[in-house]
Write a protein that binds this ligand. Structure first.
Ligand code: ATP
Length: 204
């Protein structure tokens, strides 16, 4: 099984990395693929272009063998739909079980995504939750609390999983940089070094 975490990563921070590692460790995933979006369907244009966001992401995980960076959405024209990404991963490795990692906030919007039912035919969903948070509301018949069940089917289950809570957002980090404040210890040092060297995120 592999995990998939899509995002704008504008920039990548410890909120992304620690939670993805929590899931990788709890489920024993062979790896987690971080997949930067080129053109997010549900939000505005990222502050940095795709090439810059990608190089920050690669710097973040250069010495983390649990992660790999997958550039397929950056190479594809048009909106970045998760369904297209899953179909493309599946055609490369049909026997590999895919687990799509989502924050519980993101999961609340999931029924409005492009063809959610087809996504569930290709992958399991792992919904990353806060301690004590109630089960996600959608698709109750698919929810399981037994992680080992994911290995018994190729797709279609929804596993709520508790992960480390880090109140970090890329928006807040960009705000700090714009105001000349340091976001150190919220994101990996090599990422911050590149941001400073290149003078990124200094204006709106
Ligand atoms: P922004 O502040 O610009 O919205 P973000 O970091 O929240 O940025 P993305 O880079 O698009 O947004 O996030 C990708 C994925 O990582 C999403 O599924 C999101 O729910 C999750 N994520 C983001 N920040 C955290 C965090 N602090 N803890 C856990 N998951 C997070």
């Amino acid at each position: 099984m592999i995990g998939i975490l899509g995002g704008t990563f504008d920039p990548v921070h410890f909120g992304h990395l620690r939670t993805a590692l929590d899931v990788q460790q709890q489920l024993g995933l062979a790896q987690v693929r971080l997949i930067p979006l080129r053109d997010p369907p549900h939000r505005g244009t990222p502050a940095l272009d795709a090439k810059q966001r990608l190089s920050l992401l690669q710097a973040a995980v250069a010495d983390a063998p649990e992660f790999s960076v997958d550039t397929r959405e950056l190479e594809r024209d048009g909106k970045s739909y998760t369904l297209d990404t899953l179909q493309s991963l599946k055609s490369e490795q049909p026997s590999r079980t895919l687990c799509l990692l989502l924050g519980s906030d993101a999961f609340r919007q999931f029924p409005d995504w492009h063809r959610p039912r087809e996504i569930l035919e290709l992958a399991h969903l792992v919904v990353m939750q806060r301690p004590g948070e109630a089960d996600p509301a959608h698709y109750p018949e698919r929810i399981t609390h037994q992680a080992e069940r994911l290995a018994t089917r190729q797709a279609g289950l929804i596993l709520p999983l508790q992960v480390t809570q880090l109140e970090i957002s890329a928006t807040a980090i960009r705000g700090m940089l714009r105001q000349g404040r340091s976001p150190r210890f919220l994101l990996p040092d090599p990422v911050l070094r590149l941001i400073r060297q290149r003078g990124l995120y200094l204006d709106d």
